[in-house]
Design a protein around this ligand. Structure first.
Ligand SMILES: Nc1ncnc2c1ncn2[C@@H]1O[C@H](COP(=O)(O)OP(=O)(O)OP(=O)(O)O)[C@@H](O)[C@H]1O
Length: 246
């Protein structure tokens, strides 16, 4: 499914954001406060742009019917306030769909397994650690069987193994994934294309190899980076000098 943002503007926070993603993993990177979460909020309809439009397969996401069945989001606001079990939280992913108990149970079991939380199914969500909660919320998003998955910092709280697992898992779904990532090396490894935001605007876009060059990294993040090829995959990876550039 194709997601397109055309000239999306929200107050003075983001301005003229244009991007698209279709059946690929697209990363949004940029410094703190550059407008990444605000951009995603417009996609998962927590915010309506002041100008511009967000389209899902060509239809305005704020007017289209059935968006909840097509799009799921793991966001900074994704939380569970009441004391549900893990299994119940993941079952909530099925709510936008017509009920089919046997199929729902299979999908939920697969999602629990994929996010490595089957052993936690009977536990209270509120008793879990930050990383365990994050994996349960990922399982819920997967259980929704979305065609577009919107992720705001999905690796938050996760240890390195689960960071790699979650990114491989979401990539393996074969759907459109639009994700904010802070770790530029994970972004280079898992994203087909990247958009770089700075001060509410897109300042670069392209493949990780095209975008993650020392000049851009210095200009946007104010650090000196050296690009090396990953020894087994050849993917560009960044090594940083310790001094911050002005
Ligand atoms: N509701 C709001 N009212 C006023 N300012 C806001 C609001 N939401 C976001 N901002 C401001 O807009 C800017 C962009 O915020 P946003 O959360 O989109 O950035 P971000 O790139 O996701 O940042 P981070 O990397 O720190 O998560 C920030 O300066 C933030 O303080």
């Amino acid at each position: 499914m194709r997601v397109e943002l055309r000239d999306v503007t929200v107050r003075n926070i983001i301005s003229g954001i244009t991007l698209d993603a279709c059946d690929e993993v697209v990363g949004i990177v940029g410094p703190n406060g550059s407008g990444k979460s605000t951009t995603l909020r417009c996609v998962y309809r927590a915010l309506e742009p002041d100008a511009g439009v967000v389209l899902l397969d060509g239809a305005d996401v704020h007017k289209r019917h059935g968006v909840a069945r097509s799009l799921s989001a793991l966001t900074q606001e994704s939380q569970v306030e009441f004391d549900f079990t893990v299994a119940e939280v993941v079952e909530m992913g099925r709510l936008p769909h017509d009920r089919d108990p046997a199929r729902d149970a299979r999908v939920v079991a697969r999602a629990l397994d994929a996010a490595d939380v089957t052993h936690l199914a009977a536990r209270s969500f509120l008793s879990l650690s930050g990383g365990e909660r994050q994996r349960v919320l990922i399982a819920r998003a997967i259980a929704q069987e979305p065609r577009v998955l919107v992720l705001d910092e999905p690796t938050n709280h996760l240890d390195i193994r689960h960071q790699l697992d979650v990114l491989a898992l979401t990539r393996g779904l074969g759907v459109t994934v639009l994700t904010v990532l802070h770790d530029l090396n994970l972004a280079a490894s898992y994203c087909d294309r990247l958009y770089v935001l700075d001060e509410g605007r897109v300042v670069a876009s392209g493949t990780p190899r095209e975008v993650l060059v020392p000049e851009l990294v210095a200009e946007v993040f104010h650090v000196t980076a050296h690009v090396v090829a990953h020894p087994t995959t050849g993917v560009p990876q960044l090594l940083f000098d310790q001094e911050v550039t002005p």
